[in-house]
Design a protein around this ligand. Sequence first.
Ligand SMILES: Cc1cc2nc3c(=O)[nH]c(=O)nc-3n(C[C@H](O)[C@H](O)[C@H](O)COP(=O)(O)O)c2cc1C
Length: 401
Amino acid sequence: MAAKVRAMALSDPLFAPLDLPCGLRLRNRLAKAAMSDGLGDGMGRPSAAQTALYGRWADGGLALQIIGEVQVDPRYPEAPGNLVLTPGGDTSGFAALARAGTAGGTALWPQLGHAGALARAGIGRAAGPSALDLDGLSCVALGTDEIEALPELFAASAVMARDLGFPGVELHAAHGFLFSQFLSPLFNRRTDRYGGPITARMDILLRTVSAMREATGPAFAIGVKLNATDQLQGGLTGDEALQVVAALDGLAVDLIDISGGTYFPGASAASDAGGAGAYFAEFARAARARTKVPLMLTGGIKHRDEASRILADGVADVVGLARAFVVDPDLAHHWQAGGPDPDFPRFTTRPPGGVTAWYTETIAALAHDRPAPPPDADAALASLAARDAQLAGLWRDRFPQ
Ligand SMILES: Cc1cc2nc3c(=O)[nH]c(=O)nc-3n(C[C@H](O)[C@H](O)[C@H](O)COP(=O)(O)O)c2cc1C
């Protein structure tokens, strides 16, 4: 029996290693997709519980784990529990986090982010490609000088990540945050070199990726998380997203992480979505024809058979799972041993953002070695709001606007 399980694991594409172009070897094909964990100390630094969390996930046998929303500029956070990795900033605790999260050969990458127009009210300055005054969303436009500064800002944070012991970073260009805003005609109404056709809207993203590579050198992993579609009328289309994939093919990128949806008010976000099946598999198939860069497919993957098939069919090279690793941090070991699929909670009410909030609260429980809260999305929204309010006070003191 044990021999049979071992033979199955050996022939399963889920457990074959993958060498990224930079030389980093992923020990298997299972990645914990980026999740904003809300566990920073409110001053942009890792907390002890957060360090324990990434150690816990590393013990679970996955190949790659990505820390969501590590900000390159404290003026544009997604949430007050975000980490901040910016030149001249306080980096205490980051090297210990990198050590814990890379134990046993796991790769731990910070996801470098900038929320732009979606910067959290009360602690951030909402500024995107264009000034907007919409129902539920208003922001000012970034000046040209601020846009021109982005490549160096991200490059500097990537170098800091490398020097603190992280083997790579992921650039967040999905879900309606800054680079996703540049790609989307809904947010980007500029008439200069950064707006108009998709070739212009992707310009700052491409320049930023190039600057990151030039600054970090060839032996450091750089991933890019990209939307297959914004799932919004008038947003980035699949055809345009494929053009971005083709353009990234010309740069030294190690992994394109395919996702979709946005946190635009009222829009659908993948982290809140129900339903079965990999959400963006069709796009990944089309992307495969446009690039040789390894692809990670994230969103909606719940079953081991499905994950194996995605790899065996060549749709993607890595499968990204977020919520599955929250309900089962040992998923990689369980799947390798022929164990069961994760048991997802069922919610009786699904207020907007409530499912995501439950996962955030469950991540906090995991970090503190406490049982998961009951699957009550309304209660999760309330407890997350209370936690965020406390952290927001600390953030305002540490990063006065
Ligand atoms: C609690 C939570 C926080 C998330 N935070 C981020 C984030 O910071 N950055 C990001 O790119 N995606 C984030 N996501 C989205 C996930 O990476 C993923 O794209 C989405 O949950 C769909 O994958 P899944 O079906 O495997 O959960 C988050 C998801 C959850 C559940």
